[in-house]
Every structure is written in C-alpha cells, then in structure tokens.
Ligand binder design. Structure first.
Ligand SMILES: NC(=O)c1ccc[n+]([C@@H]2O[C@H](COP(=O)([O-])OP(=O)(O)OC[C@H]3O[C@@H](n4cnc5c(N)ncnc54)[C@H](O)[C@@H]3O)[C@@H](O)[C@H]2O)c1
Length: 413
C-alpha cells in the first residue's frame, strides 16, 4: 500500500471548498497536502489564501484556469466543488490529465456531458469519484450493513429526497443570489438528487447487478419562491421550479424508488429515506426501524373482541451498538469534520483511492447514473410525466455483481 501524502488541487473556492478545507485541516500531513487552488474569481482565491495564512499553512500555487492546474505535476488529485454547470467538464478534463477527480454533488444538465465523463474515465489514466458524503452517513451505513446481513429481507421499495427550505439562500431583495438560484429560476426537475439517491443506489447495488431503468417525474405548482421573493422585495418572482417534484424510478431487479425534491416551502430538513423489504423497514422521518422478529409486534383487541396486530418502531439508535457499519464502529467515538463527520469519511475514501490508484467506491458509472436523474426528470416533467429511459452508461457491465471488497471504504460489498 502506498503511504505518500496525496497532493491535492482544489478547483472552485466557494463556501463548500471552505468547509472541505476546514475538514482537511484535521487530516495529518502524511494523508494529504493542498498544493494548488483555482477559481475564476480572483476574490475567492484571495479569500482562500487568507485562510491558509491564518492557519499558518504553506500557501498553495494559485490558478484561474483549471487546465493549467491540471497540468501541474505536483497535483495527484483534485477536488471539484464548483457550481453545477462546470463540475462535469472539469472532471472530464481531470481524467484526461490522468488525475483522480473528486466531484461535488449536483445533477447533470445533459446526458451528453455524462457520456463524456464516462468515456474519459475509460480512456485515460484518471478516475472520478462523487464526494457524496451522505453515502457515509451513520444511519445510511447502518441500514446498508443491516441490509447486507439480510435483516430487511429482500428490498422492495425505497424512497429518498432533498427536502430543505433554502429559499432564503437563493433569493434576496436584489433577485437571485447565486447559481443555484438561477438554476431554480429557469429549470424544473429534480436538480439535487444525490444526497438521498446515492445511499439508496448503494443499498440496491445499482451498476452491480441492478440498474435504474426509467424515471417518471411530476412537478407541483410553484408558489414557495414567489412567496419568499415577494416577502423580501425581490424584483424576480416567477420561478420555473415546482415546489415539490416527485419522481419514481423503476429498477431492473424490480424495486421502485420515490424521489422528492422540495426546497422552497417551510419545513424541517429531511432526506426522506425509506428502505423497505420483505422483513423490515427504515423510515428516516419516523427516526425508526422495524424488523420482524426483533422489533415488537403488539397484539391488541378491537371493540368487537377480535385481535389485531400493531408493529412498533424501534429507535434507530437501538441498532448502533450491534449493527453500526465497521467504518462507524471505528469512527463513532470521535466523529470530526463537516456534516457530522460524513465529510471526513468521504474525503478519506477518495484519498485512499487516489493514493493507491484503486477504483473509487463511488465511481464514474455511479456519478453518471445518479446525475442523469436531473436531466431525465426535467424531460419527464416537460413531457407531463412520460417515463424517460436511463442510458446504460456501463455498456452492459452492470449485470455483474461485485464480489469482494476493494478497500475498507467500499460501499458495494
Ligand atoms: N456535499 C455537500 O454536503 C455540499 C454542501 C454544499 C455544497 N455542495 C456542492 O458544492 C458545490 C459548490 O457549492 P458552493 O456553495 O461553494 O458554490 P458556489 O457557486 O458558491 O462556489 C463555486 C465556486 O466555483 C467557482 N467556479 C465556477 N466555475 C469555475 C471554473 N470553471 N473554474 C474554477 N472555478 C470555478 C466559482 O467562481 C465559485 O467561487 C456545489 O456543487 C454544491 O452543490 C455540497
């Protein structure tokens, strides 16, 4: 095993880059060092250099053009927390340069950019991993571990989503405030599918014996952004994005997945996860798991004197001690880093793959299948819910089940 520190470049220096860099500051110098940074906006570069200086860290080389950073021989791998419209092209260039690319989450604007990503990963020396931190969330990994051990029986249906009131982040009295605001102004579909869908795709072994076949999407009326825009006096009030976009994905092995995108109505945050099999269910919003034979089933008597049965939720925490994923058994006493520690785990998984030049646990075929939901759901909404078939980005390789672990970071075994 290679033990050199991974020399990292960071392309895109917005708020997400700042939280990734804050997490990386907890890593040892033997794990990684940031040798180069890049942003098209000079003020972002200057802000990041200020953070390096304040933390007494060696200053990285700076670039305005990602292609110049990618040509730097002192960069082994790159993190790409740029805005959605630039992720995929930069990742494709990174692979052409033979680098490992850690791409931030988001959806694709077209299937063509996903094909380019896949073909570049297949043709050149690099690899692409989506930094989908939610795949390393404690509950997501707990349930993955329990599913692999058969506690849920055969999985039949899942749901997931991104339900997060962020209207305040996207609109103010001057109009749309950021790229994400413009995306929601102009587009209608599931623009942010992977926080929920990534862990579910891993549980269902998508691209490893299973695949997404087709998606049908519907959008509700759009009121939330307008309501918020009027409240703050924004000159922009008419958003294309429906308040709740609901998609249903059918999988080759028969499972269905319901996916919800809702970011403009007031509600507590949820990734809306549900994993349901022939023997049990996890429901994130109930904070509960029910497993036949482990959880309680009460027998009660109705008014006519007949028995009926009530299944009772167990709190998720009840399963931690015995069924925490091995990664969390190791990590649970000291979970440092952004998003409750998920950022630490996903970055370590990426660094491990980049250092050893092994296949990443969330690979280019996963990126393509998960991000395709955005482009396909937009087309489906526009066509009144017509099912849109997923391309097979693996060119048939999905029929083979993965056997054996690549590394301890593997999510597929
Ligand atoms: N995984 C998570 O939990 C999580 C959390 C927040 C954001 N994100 C994702 O991180 C990404 C970045 O989010 P953000 O809020 O920092 O976005 P942002 O738009 O504020 O910042 C993106 C930065 O990228 C720069 N950029 C754009 N195109 C570029 C290019 N071609 N070359 C170099 N730099 C370029 C922009 O100038 C900007 O500074 C998004 O994809 C977002 O969805 C993920």
């Amino acid at each position: 095993m290679d033990t050199r520190p991974v020399r990292l470049g960071v392309i895109g220096l917005g708020p997400r880059a700042e939280t990734l860099l804050a997490t990386l500051r907890n890593f040892s110098q033997e794990e990684c060092c940031v040798t180069a940074v890049c942003d098209i906006a000079l003020q972002r570069v200057e802000k990041i250099l200020g953070i390096f200086a304040a933390n007494k860290l060696p200053l990285p080389r700076t670039f305005a053009d990602h292609r110049k950073l990618l040509a730097d021989s002192e960069v082994d791998a790159v993190l790409i927390p740029t805005s959605w419209n630039s992720h995929l092209a930069i990742a494709a260039d990174a692979m052409k340069a033979g680098k490992y690319a850690g791409i931030e989450v988001g959806g694709a604007s077209s299937l063509d950019e996903l094909w380019q990503l896949v073909r570049n990963a297949e043709s050149f020396g690099g690899a692409c991993m989506m930094l989908e931190n939610c795949c390393y969330g404690r509950n997501e990994l707990l349930v993955t571990n329990m599913v692999r051990q058969g506690l849920f029986g055969e999985i039949v249906h899942c749901s997931c989503g991104y339900e997060h009131d962020i209207a305040w982040e996207l609109v103010d009295k001057n109009g749309c405030m950021c790229e994400r605001g413009f995306q929601n102004l102009k587009r209608c579909g599931d623009l942010y599918p992977t926080h929920g869908l990534g862990p579910i795709a891993k549980i269902l072994r998508i691209n490893r014996g299973n695949r997404f076949l087709a998606v049908s999407s519907f959008a509700s009326k759009a009121r939330g952004f307008r309501r918020y825009a009027e409240k703050v006096g924004s000159p922009v009030t008419e958003f294309a994005m429906g308040d709740v976009v609901t998609s249903v994905i059918k999988c080759a092995n028969g499972e269905t997945i319901t996916l919800t995108h809702g970011i403009s109505l007031p509600r507590p945050y949820s990734r809306d996860c549900r994993v349901q099999g022939t023997k049990g269910i996890w429901l994130e919003d109930a904070k509960g798991i029910f497993i036949e034979g482990i959880s309680e089933t009460k027998t009660e008597i109705d008014v006519a004197g007949n028995p009926y049965y009530t299944h009772v939720w167990d709190p998720v925490e009840k399963f931690y001690e015995k069924y925490d994923h091995p990664l969390w058994q190791e990590f649970r006493n000291n979970p440092t880093g952004g998003h409750g520690g998920m950022d630490t785990l996903s970055l370590r998984a990426f660094l491990d793959a980049a250092r050893n030049r092994t296949p990443p646990p969330i690979d280019v075929y996963d990126c393509a299948a998960w991000m395709a939901v955005t482009a396909l759901s937009e087309s489906s909404v526009a066509a009144g819910g017509l099912p849109m078939p997923f391309p097979d980005f693996t060119d048939g390789k999905w029929i083979y089940e993965t056997r054996g672990k690549i590394s301890k970071w593997d999510l597929n075994a």
